[in-house]
Design a protein around this ligand. Sequence first.
Ligand SMILES: Cc1cc2nc3c(=O)[nH]c(=O)nc-3n(C[C@H](O)[C@H](O)[C@H](O)COP(=O)(O)OP(=O)(O)OC[C@H]3O[C@@H](n4cnc5c(N)ncnc54)[C@H](O)[C@@H]3O)c2cc1C
Length: 395
Amino acid sequence: MPNVRTQVGIVGAGPAGLVLSHLLYLRGIDSVVLENRSRQYVEERVRAGVLEQGTVDLLAEMGVGERMKKEGLVHYGIELRFLGRGHPIDFRELTGGKGITIYAQAEVLKDLNDARIATGGQVFFEVEDVSVHDFNTVQPKISYRKDGHAYELACDFIAGCDGFHGTCRPSIPHGVLTEYERVYPFGWLGILAEAPPSSEELVYCYHDHGFALLSMRTPQIGRLYLQCKPDEDIAEWSDDRIWHELQVRLASTGWKLAEGPVLQKGVTGMRSFLVDPMQYGRLFLAGDSAHIVPPTGAKGLNLAVADVQVLARGFDKFYKTGDHTLLDRYSQICLRRIWKVQRFSWWMTSMLHRFPDGTPFDQRRQIAELDYVTSSRAAATSLAENYIGLPMEWD
Ligand SMILES: Cc1cc2nc3c(=O)[nH]c(=O)nc-3n(C[C@H](O)[C@H](O)[C@H](O)COP(=O)(O)OP(=O)(O)OC[C@H]3O[C@@H](n4cnc5c(N)ncnc54)[C@H](O)[C@@H]3O)c2cc1C
């Protein structure tokens, strides 16, 4: 029988919702998570894979990092490739030993779900018709249906962790949120392939035909992307055509791209989006429900985790002392860092993609920028410190 009352009602069992729920459990705060998809769907969705050091540290502190430590691939740099040549950006050297970990979002979610279930967490999958109410009062409610029955969950607070297309953000009255948005005139065609990664490091490639990215999930499974039209018809891309285009864009002297069976493929649009503030009354938005970054900076999951870290501290302070100042400052604390991450993700995207209306001037400028980033220690350090993750700032 589902709960009828909890302290924090959480909508969405993605990274934001599950990390928040487990952080609250570790602080003795009760929560219920409502997710409209099945557990299997959530755990099989192929999405992010690059974890900042801060995300890795937090997951480890929460006791959900054991498998990540064993199976995650630690990387201390990336390669920027343009005009057929690769240029390493050495994070370890530029940031005093820091790196990132490649560990698929789906695996993070499996670990979090296991931890929630092992500790008696209330995570309900396949709920329907979720809607949030009365969040401008001290008694917010979430109504939903499960197995044909209607329920109402009374909460002290609601966390809207339901992604970009969720129900929480649109429930906030018109005029409260200011939206900032940029939609890019291209998308990414991504594949998951049974092909061992052909490079030790992720390769970000600028090419006349458009951007390409060589990334990986495990030592056996590669994750590769091609810049494409935002509405590209995936049916027009046979596996052979995808591999051919990857070979063309990633080509570099003395280097060979290993191919293999394509396990999954899809097209993702690219946008920068955020709302300010990220809260209204007792409803707090976290993760993709409040902001989207283009994936070039590999930041979406990391931002979601950073938001709920702030939120969990705010709830903790409130329940321990009655002090709500940290909750009141939630948007301000998060947005300061989010805007810097938006800037970085936009910058990486702008530097590495071919814009349909780009002139020869723009293309030469992009090459000059890549040349500068790979030849100036100051510029490379700026990229490196943003990529491995900016510090949390609590003031
Ligand atoms: C192709 C791709 C590659 C990416 N690569 C990276 C990367 O390398 N690094 C990185 O950091 N980020 C990356 N991202 C972004 C990252 O996956 C997201 O930013 C991250 O999933 C955000 O987590 P979230 O919990 O906020 O939202 P989500 O993961 O979207 O979770 C929201 C959850 O809410 C559920 N939900 C929605 N509506 C409702 C409702 N009405 N009721 C109940 N539940 C609901 C959804 O089913 C979902 O499970 C990538 C994204 C894509 C698409």
